[in-house]
Design a protein around this ligand. Structure first.
Ligand SMILES: Cc1cc2nc3c(=O)[nH]c(=O)nc-3n(C[C@H](O)[C@H](O)[C@H](O)COP(=O)(O)O)c2cc1C
Length: 371
């Protein structure tokens, strides 16, 4: 499963995880949640071009791996896309901004995948207006109207990488390829300032019980829990299961900032963050749902371009979050990164990281609406 020891420790976007001694890391094949990873192998195996594109799209990055997408096929060449109202993050994403960005990632991946079979996708965003339960987009597929997008090749190997990165910066050619999609920050003083800011925001979230509790509630500990719910914060592999069996990895200990596990996780994440040679940032003039979809589409292209360039990315959005305890850090992020009238939407680590495993996904069939 996604899990070297350290990545698992760092896995909770808004928090910290457990104690660990040095060493360990690998996991036994018997503890791999094969069914939870099956969608990575099933992608592209459908006859219907729409299902094919959706099967790739569900591999999109998305906050807390909530996978809030649902699709309904319409006629023979269209589909409607919804955001599942049951899959929210009320504490850390009270307005659904990040979840909508994730829907934008999904839409872009769907379009890229459709292009691989020559299909153009015409999109109408929010065709019935915005509002709970209304479709996020309607998409019409036209055969023979698109040429394959080269980014398609990088979908299977794209990952969120929460490991320590090498100190070397991304090469100038890679930065040139990435900059149409997001700003890349490599100036050592600016990177140091962002390391401090993202660390402060991460720690603030870890010490905010309601926000951190949302991550803890979404922890899936060990193969059985991951297979039962292939979403959220997956903590799998032999090492994690051993800690869980020994009582060292529990949801309760993760809620307790005084516990040894919590404190060790914080120290380890501090080291991971220190190993960050560059950041990517997206700011926007608007801050509405259409803008959030557009950010997701840009981010998807950034993420796949980074993969193509041999680079790793790790979104760290704590300081963009809207809950009261984060306000001072959000203000700092705005002052540091936003131009006149802009909102800071997305911040991510960028660099050369080690190989990491894919994250679980729900199968396509569970994301389809019928009727
Ligand atoms: C809008 C958005 C916000 C995210 N925020 C964080 C974050 O703050 N911390 C983190 O570790 N991962 C974050 N992620 C990454 C997701 O957790 C990740 O995409 C998801 O767990 C699936 O894993 P994968 O990208 O490896 O397929 C974010 C992703 C998106 C699209």
């Amino acid at each position: 499963m996604p899990v070297t020891r350290r990545s698992a420790l760092a896995l909770i976007g808004g928090g910290s995880v457990l104690a660990a001694s040095a060493g360990a890391g690998g996991f036994l094949a018997t503890r791999t949640p094969h069914a939870a990873l099956a969608p990575w192998g099933a992608a592209g195996g459908y006859d219907d071009a729409r299902l094919n594109a959706l099967s790739w799209a569900l591999l999109a990055p998305n906050p807390h791996n909530r996978q809030p997408w649902q699709a309904r096929l319409i006629g023979s060449d269209a589909l409607r896309l919804y955001r599942d109202p049951a899959r929210t993050l009320p504490q850390t994403d009270p307005f659904g901004r990040q979840l909508t960005i994730g829907m934008g990632c999904f839409i872009e991946l769907m379009s890229i995948a459709a292009s691989a079979s020559g299909h153009a996708v015409d999109l109408a965003l929010f065709p019935q207006g915005e509002g709970a339960g209304r479709p996020v987009a309607e998409a019409r597929f036209t055969a023979g109207a698109a040429s394959p997008d080269p980014l398609f090749a990088h979908i299977p190997t794209r990952r969120t990488n929460r490991e320590a990165y090498e100190q070397r910066r991304p090469a100038p050619a890679a930065i040139t390829a990435l900059e149409p999609h997001a700003r890349v920050i490599t100036d050592p003083d600016d990177v140091a300032a962002l390391r401090r800011l993202t660390w402060d925001g991460w720690l603030r979230e870890a010490l905010t019980p309601a926000a951190h509790g949302e991550s803890v509630d979404l922890m899936r500990i060990g193969r059985r829990e991951i297979e039962a719910n292939p979403d959220g914060v997956a903590l799998g592999g032999a090492f994690m299961e051993t800690l869980a069996l020994a009582g060292l990895l529990t949801r309760d200990s993760q809620r307790d900032p005084e516990s040894r596990g919590f404190r060790t996780g914080v120290r380890i994440f501090e080291r991971v963050l220190a190993a960050t040679p560059a950041y990517a940032v997206i700011t926007t003039q608007g801050d509405d749902a259409r803008t959030h979809i557009e950010i997701g589409r840009r981010w998807m292209r950034f993420d796949l371009t980074a993969t193509a360039q041999g680079l790793s990315v790790h979104p760290l959005l704590q300081v963009t979050q809207e809950y009261a305890e984060m306000a001072p850090f959000r203000a700092q992020a705005q002052a540091m990164l936003a131009g006149e009238g802009e909102t800071v939407q997305l911040i991510a680590r960028l660099g050369h990281g080690p190989r990491v495993d894919p994250a679980p996904r729900w199968p396509l069939e569970t994301r389809l609406r019928h009727g």
